[in-house]
Write a protein that binds this ligand. Structure first.
Ligand code: DLL
Length: 433
């Protein structure tokens, strides 16, 4: 099902016409209504946007960064009086103040459309009963999916996260056909379902609508096998309004942007230069219709690539590949660049270990050390020292050959590594401690 078929399958030249018109609008809108942008655009000689004649003229506009959000905390980037704001969300953030996002009534309506699009693209129909197991609160994920799914006409259960027994009870008793969660939490629940001992035929579950953190293909496979479901991925962020920026369709060959609302670019992280289709770099997004908090050329820090090729599903909007990680998540250990997702991909393909791990980085005598703590599937192995040592060496060998990095692997008993109900936090970097 395509939620807004006419828009989502529109010819490329029409999409670009709409984008150009809206880009001109949003530049003028920011210039006139947000002092921060007024100054930034003036300094760059872009002023009210009359310099924007083609889409590639976007290159004249300076980037917006996470620091700009911090410096203008909480509402400095707002373009309308607070009386027009009807909702505030925020990202939890790991340090310091959260990043805020504000919405006018119109922003909320567009947001719901965008989320309904990604939900429909992921296979949801009005006949589905969807359990939302994202944490409700300031996080954009839960309420974003909530209103988008309602707009689509699905039945929504605002379960929130936590209380595993109750989650499973609802999944079983209420005929739930779709689960919304982070991949980490979906994986955790799928293991709990297996342990609860009821066969999957006792459940009606068939879809997982996951997002908010990377889901490697291997992790996806594990969730799909445990739950006997099909999973789709969707992407977004607080600074851009939350989920609904892009999402998987049935082809699962890249996540379709809502290109009439978001203008994506890929840049070289170091130079800021715009890259071409299929070149890997940092995703930069300009909101084309947001009124409460419009954003020009936001540097997402997410590493991906974009394709404009038409998709088998019929949608014409550009697609982004699964993110390789965030520029600020990339670990540099002994001079080697490593993304946690690369480590996860290696671990998940090794039998006898579970996809639960932690990375500890320390520095001793000016040398970095990476310890990977990973859970065994079967506790019996702990009794067999020789097999344990072989497995450990096998994993260390894989890390060395694939990442080019010597690591220390520690195998621990099943169920001893922390489980995450929201986004997983698997890195403990003690180098500057
Ligand atoms: O995670 C918004 C969201 C909610 C998206 C629900 C999808 C579903 P933040 O908490 O601000 O917003 O985190 C944004 O999370 O820059 C990415 O690094 C990461 N992220 C989000 N979705 C994905 C995804 C929400 N599908 C940050 N794959 C982003 C990989 C993702 N990373």
């Amino acid at each position: 099902m395509i939620f807004q078929k006419e828009i989502e399958t529109m010819p490329r030249n029409q999409i670009e016409e709409i984008q150009l018109e809206r880009l001109k609008w949003v530049v003028r809108y920011c210039y006139e209504n947000v002092p921060f942008y007024h100054k930034k655009l003036t300094d760059a000689g872009v002023f009210d946007g009359s310099r924007i004649k083609t889409l590639s003229d976007i290159a004249y506009i300076p980037f917006t960064t996470k620091d700009d959000f911090r410096d203008n905390y909480p509402f400095g980037l707002t373009a309308v009086p607070m009386s027009e704001i009807v909702r505030i969300h925020a990202s939890s953030g790991t340090t310091g103040k959260p990043t805020t996002g504000v919405y006018t009534r119109e922003d909320l309506a567009i947001w719901s459309d965008c989320v309904a699009r990604v939900a429909a693209a992921g296979g949801v129909t009005p006949n589905d009963i969807i359990q939302i197991s994202f944490g409700y609160g300031l996080f954009t994920g839960a309420l974003g999916l909530h209103y988008g799914l309602e707009k689509l006409g699905a039945t929504v259960i605002p379960a929130s996260s936590g209380n595993t027994e109750k989650q499973l009870m609802m999944l079983r008793d209420w005929g739930v056909t779709g689960l919304v969660a982070t991949p980490s939490y979906a994986l955790y629940l799928s293991e709990a379902v297996k342990e609860a001992g009821y066969p999957m035929s006792d459940y009606s579950l068939k879809l997982g609508i996951l997002g908010s953190e990377p889901c490697t293909p291997a992790m996806r496979q594990q969730i799909e096998e445990n739950f006997c479901i099909r999973v789709s991925d969707n992407y977004g962020m607080t600074e851009l309004g939350g989920p609904g920026v892009s999402g998987d369709c049935k082809a699962r060959d890249g996540m379709h942007f809502a290109e009439d609302h978001f203008l994506p670019e890929i840049i070289n992280t170091d130079t800021g230069e715009r890259l071409s289709e299929n070149e890997v770099g940092e995703l930069v997004i300009t909101t084309l219709t947001r009124r409460g908090m419009p954003v020009l050329r936001y540097r997402t820090k997410d590493i991906t690539k974009i394709t404009y090729e038409p998709c088998a599903c019929g949608r014409t909007h550009a697609r982004m590949s699964k993110t390789m990680g965030r520029t600020d998540d990339m670990l540099i250990i002994k001079g080697v660049n490593v993304f946690p997702t690369q480590i996860e991909n290696i671990l998940i393909n090794i039998e006898d270990v579970a996809p639960h791990y932690m990375l500890y980085i320390t520095r001793k005598n000016y040398r970095d050390n990476l310890e990977i703590k990973v859970e065994l599937v079967n506790a019996d192995l702990l009794e067999n020292f020789q097999m344990l040592e072989e497995l450990q060496r096998h994993i260390e060998g894989k890390m060395q050959s694939i990442l080019g990095l010597r690591t220390k692997v520690t195998l621990v008993a099943p169920k001893t590594i922390e489980r995450f109900q929201g986004k997983a936090k698997r890195i403990v970097d003690m180098r500057n401690a």
